[in-house]
Design a protein around this ligand. Structure first.
Ligand code: MG
Length: 342
């Protein structure tokens, strides 16, 4: 199942934490950033959990084990168990195990999180192309991964072994800036082999499937800050999503989003879980949300009225997405966005 083309953000008469049974939360840019909890995240998640919402944390980062991620979350004030954390290492391990016999030897390029996840699926991680592996699995290895590991992967893949990757995020944000992510490491091996990996992580279906299998969610809400991983993953899985503005996505990117990148709901931060969401109503030639009305006029998006900036953004998205159909909106939104100060 995949999502249909969305032309405006949805409303909700009840708090999202009541309308959905499980929040599938991205971590970086949603719960924490650079080792610190994001403003309002700890309190909002605590209130949602106390109200009965199940919270699960879904990360494309394959380096750390779920236990290590849960410990970090708990230290930040967000109590979590290892079973509440789903990683792309787990998703790729299931993908590998579905295609290989039990006990198969797998050459691992990556960190402890990947080795633990492979063993959990009954596979045997090995370290050399000469250890008789039958497949290669590549995940983020952190700053200490030696260059020789890419050579090892290339030897094995060039011998004809199937190649799997936990995820293909090109970059990874850290306290000191942006660093190459697993997608960049995958490109290195691709250049040396000309091969194509099978990929598990967001926005692809294996990750969403792993998340639903592990949480048992019946009515999940994906919560994320990235359009091309979190929101597109929800679209591919046919489930609703909440985009929060605490991470990498800004208002201009939302207005120009292609259909698979359009979230169901938009809010400033995780406090959005605790409230309903306003309806965007069609009004004459425009779209009204709160005190704002947005419309397309003479090649521009025009915003009239006054009110909260998020309502203005929701109205603008409705005007832009309706006009753009299955493409990205190409109307000039600069002046309208400037009014919102987002
Ligand atoms: Mg993120």
């Amino acid at each position: 199942m995949s999502g249909t083309s969305r032309t405006r953000p949805s409303g909700s008469g009840t708090a999202l934490s009541e309308a959905y049974d499980t929040a599938l939360l991205d971590l970086d840019g949603v719960v924490y950033a650079g080792g610190h909890a994001i403003d309002h995240a700890v309190e909002a998640l605590g209130t949602a959990r106390d109200g009965g919402m199940h919270l699960a944390y879904v990360t494309n980062n394959a380096l750390r084990t779920p236990a290590a991620v849960a410990e970090h979350l708990t230290e930040l004030g967000v109590p979590a168990e290892a079973s509440d954390v789903i990683t792309s290492a787990q998703a790729v391990s299931r993908l590998v195990a579905d295609q290989l016999p039990a006990g198969a030897r797998v050459l691992v390029i990556g960190g402890e999180g990947l080795r633990v996840a492979l063993r959990e699926r009954g596979l045997e991680p090995v370290e050399s192309a000469d250890d008789d592996p039958v497949a290669v699995v590549q995940g983020y290895g952190g700053p200490d991964l030696a260059w020789g590991r890419f050579a090892e992967a290339s030897y094995a893949i060039n011998r004809g072994l199937p190649w799997f990757a936990s995820n293909t995020d090109l970059t990874i944000p850290g306290a000191r800036g942006i660093a190459p992510g697993n997608g960049a490491a995958v490109e290195v091996v691709r250049i040396a082999t000309g091969a194509e990996p099978q990929v598990a992580g967001k926005p692809l279906p294996p990750m969403h499937r792993e998340t639903v299998l592990r949480t048992g969610a019946e009515r999940p809400l994906v919560v994320g800050d990235r359009l091309d991983t979190d929101i597109e993953g929800a679209f591919n899985g046919g489930v609703d999503s909440l985009l929060v503005l605490t991470g990498v996505t800004d208002a201009a990117q939302l207005v120009t989003a292609v259909p698979e990148h359009r979230p169901t709901y938009i809010d400033a931060d995780l406090r959005g879980l605790l409230t309903g969401q306003p309806e965007v109503e069609e009004d004459g030639g425009g779209f009204r949300c709160g005190g704002w009305t947005a419309s397309a006029r003479d090649g521009r998006l025009v915003l009239e009225g006054d009110g909260g900036p998020l309502d203005g953004l929701r109205a603008l998205c409705a005007a832009a997405w309706s006009q753009a159909g299955d493409k990205a909106c190409d109307l000039d939104a600069e002046k309208a966005l400037a009014r919102l100060g987002l």
